[in-house]
Write a protein that binds this ligand. Structure first.
Ligand code: FDA
Length: 305
């Protein structure tokens, strides 16, 4: 109930205007977001990489409605990747991209062209791209675009969401040599017809999908903060004889930072998803929906104004 209300607010432009009109405490946004510019993102990336972590940088923005905005998003990624070329951060730093920010909703071909330009620049810069997964109406289109891009850029990766009923089958299809799959639980509000609704069912699906990915030929990216899922992944790594270079853990910037360091100290690759930019509203609302304690943090920040 709590989750659906917050996720409904995440899609409301009226609530967005209201929240953005409140001069939010810098602490609140900066807990989850690296800053507004590419330089902010690179500064945070350097700190994390200095601590033994890897990063994936995400330029915030989604559901772009104009070609000009889609082009601006592409250009931001191109310039970020230019900054990474020859930098000591590569290959520890890669980028994460939302196709909806590149125009997927109004012109799939355009989004694919922009995505291709980003993959080409990433490849020149010696790093990789992972495509985020958005609401279920975009899954087919995202996987089709990924399939075409992978023909030229085999390291292009994608997120799959364990809450979707289809994901076990998608994992089976994609757990092939060289394929980079980020398994997450899923962050959007989805109907029962396509998605498991209870935490238990989502967790069970997560474990089934993880089993498929960890026993397959691809490179699993286990994106979760859930201690039980992390423990099961460690167990499966032993079971399937995966070394620390055969898979990685991923977590969000600002969430369970001590656990990120603990896993890295244990020898695992841990990649932190670092968002930056001014379009933080949808991202922040999804983080609030995941954890009531984050809402208390949000409320305290508002009250302290
Ligand atoms: P869940 O939210 O169920 O939390 C389980 C447990 O984890 C909690 O009970 C608690 O123990 C611990 N925990 C969680 N948050 C904590 C906190 N703030 N502090 C302390 N403990 C905490 N989603 C999507 O739909 N598309 C995408 O492309 C992506 N991409 C993505 C990339 C990466 C790198 C990550 C880590 C996540 C995503 N997600 C995503 C988000 C994902 O789908 C999911 O919403 C969040 O990761 C939260 O789910 P968890 O697996 O962490 O478990």
């Amino acid at each position: 109930m709590f989750r659906s209300v917050i996720l409904a607010a995440a899609g409301s432009s009226q609530v967005e205007r209201l929240v953005q009109s409140v001069p939010l405490s810098r602490n609140l946004v900066s807990r989850f977001v690296a800053g507004t510019s590419g330089d902010d993102a690179l500064r945070v990336a350097r700190e994390l990489v200095g601590d033994g972590l890897a990063v994936t940088l995400d330029y915030l923005g989604e559901d772009t409605t104009t070609a000009a905005d889609a082009e601006a998003t592409r250009d931001e990624y191109l310039s970020l990747l230019d900054g990474l070329a020859g930098d000591e951060l590569t290959p520890a730093a890669e980028v994460s991209v939302k196709l909806s920010a590149l125009g997927q909703a109004f012109d799939e071909k355009l989004a694919e062209e922009h995505a291709r330009a980003i993959c080409a620049k990433a490849s020149e810069s010696g790093t990789t791209v992972t495509f985020d997964m958005e609401d279920h109406s975009t899954t087919d289109s995202t996987l089709e675009i990924l399939g075409r891009l992978r023909a030229d850029f085999p390291t292009a990766g994608v997120a799959l969401q364990a809450y979707l009923r289809r994901t076990e089958a998608d994992c089976r299809e994609l757990a092939t040599h060289g394929s980079r799959i980020r398994l997450c639980k899923g962050a959007y509000s989805e109907p029962e017809s396509v998605a498991y609704q209870t935490r238990l069912d989502v967790d069970k699906s997560y474990v089934r999908c993880m089993n498929i990915l960890m026993s397959g030929d691809g490179y699993p990216m286990i994106a979760t903060h859930d201690p039980r899922m992390i423990a099961i992944a460690e167990d499966r790594a032993k079971w399937f004889d995966h070394g620390c270079d055969d898979f990685e853990f991923q977590m969000l910037y600002g969430v369970r930072p001590e656990e990120q360091l603990r896993l890295a100290e244990d020898g695992y690759t841990v990649r932190v998803y670092v968002p930056y930019g001014t379009q933080w509203y949808g991202y922040l609302m999804r983080r609030l929906a995941e954890r009531p304690a984050n809402l208390a943090f949000f409320a305290r920040a508002l009250a302290s104004r």
